[in-house]
Design a protein around this ligand. Structure first.
Ligand code: NDP
Length: 277
């Protein structure tokens, strides 16, 4: 497994597991739990969840899946923007810890920017860190200009990642946000790496995969893994697809293959507002 180093010096798997929409269907629960466990076996030890996902059902399922294996995983969860104040964040974090059945979250993210001033959110994160309830903090869906503001705040340089929409079909962040983060050695966490599943049906990617002996999902993930400072967190509730996605690490892309993908999915030619789901 490829690993990346966070600004705090900790090493995390570059390929993790997303969990949005997991835990919603009781009939799929068993397979979803097995899937997360199999993912951990295969080295996909970074697990991403959020208090928002299924109103806590995703965190509860993750808690069950990692029971007895806490030390093997790097747990990421997110706080709603409206809970990102000094008072509300304490309670949100306690609720997440209870659902996840752990003493501490490894990386706690602001899900997207809201009305609470960032300075207060940073203070709230730092209070949780001092209390030992989170080990590190970061943000999600934060664009370049807000990232600059955050980084300049007292304590703001402790931000460990920006989790953003990034995949072959949505490359806007390459224009300015990614270079800025790279300069500061802050990895980006690419969410919806399969563009919510749409990429696997894109004809160009299907044909690319056929030419090079990989599935379109593997090609989309391998493309992200080929980039500096990028963590990818595909989601699947199927064990077969989990194993398929994990094999993306066995397909390091060559320069020629990366050029082919650039022709199919061109990089941005100008700055664009940060896209989010
Ligand atoms: P993804 O790009 O990971 O795609 C997930 C979809 O693709 C699911 O429908 C899944 O179906 C399907 N899929 C997975 N693997 C394969 C495969 N090999 N072949 C065909 N289909 C496949 O989308 P997500 O939006 O879920 O993003 C990943 C994670 O990122 C989320 O789960 C969440 O943790 C995080 N996220 C964060 C956001 C934020 O605002 N910070 C916003 C959105 C996502 P199935 O499960 O049936 O396999």
């Amino acid at each position: 497994m490829k690993h990346l180093t966070l600004p705090c010096g900790e090493s995390v798997a570059a390929l993790g597991q997303g969990t949005w929409r997991i835990g919603d269907d009781p009939a799929r629960r068993r397979e979803e739990i097995e899937c997360l466990r199999r993912g951990i076996d295969l080295g996909l030890t970074l697990i991403d969840t959020a208090e928002m996902y299924g109103d806590g059902r995703s965190e509860a399922l993750v808690g069950e899946a990692i029971d007895g294996r806490r030390d093997e995983v790097f747990l990421v969860s997110k706080v709603y923007p409206h809970n990102a104040s000094r008072r509300a964040m304490q309670r949100s974090c306690d609720d997440s810890l209870r659902r996840l059945r752990v003493d501490a979250i490894d990386l706690y993210l602001l899900h997207w920017p809201g009305n609470v001033p960032l300075a207060e959110t940073v203070e709230a994160f730092e209070a949780l860190r001092r209390a030992g309830k989170i080990r590190h903090w970061g943000v999600s869906n934060v664009d370049l200009s807000l990232m600059g503001e955050l980084h300049a705040l007292p304590g703001g340089a402790a931000v460990q990642t920006d989790q953003v929409l990034y995949n072959l079909a949505r490359r806007g962040v390459e224009w300015d946000l990614l270079p800025w983060l790279r300069e500061r050695r802050i990895p980006v966490m690419a969410y919806s790496p399969l563009d919510e599943g749409r990429l696997v049906r894109r004809r160009g990617l299907v044909e690319f995969g056929q030419r090079h002996g990989m599935t379109p999902a593997q090609a989309a993930i391998a493309w992200l893994l080929a980039r500096d400072g990028v963590i990818a967190i595909p989601k699947t509730g199927s064990r077969r697809r989990l194993e398929e996605n994990a094999l993306a690490i066995e397909h390091p892309l060559t320069t020629a293959q990366l050029e082919e993908l650039d022709a199919l999915f061109p990089p941005p030619k100008r700055a664009t507002p940060l896209e989010m789901i």
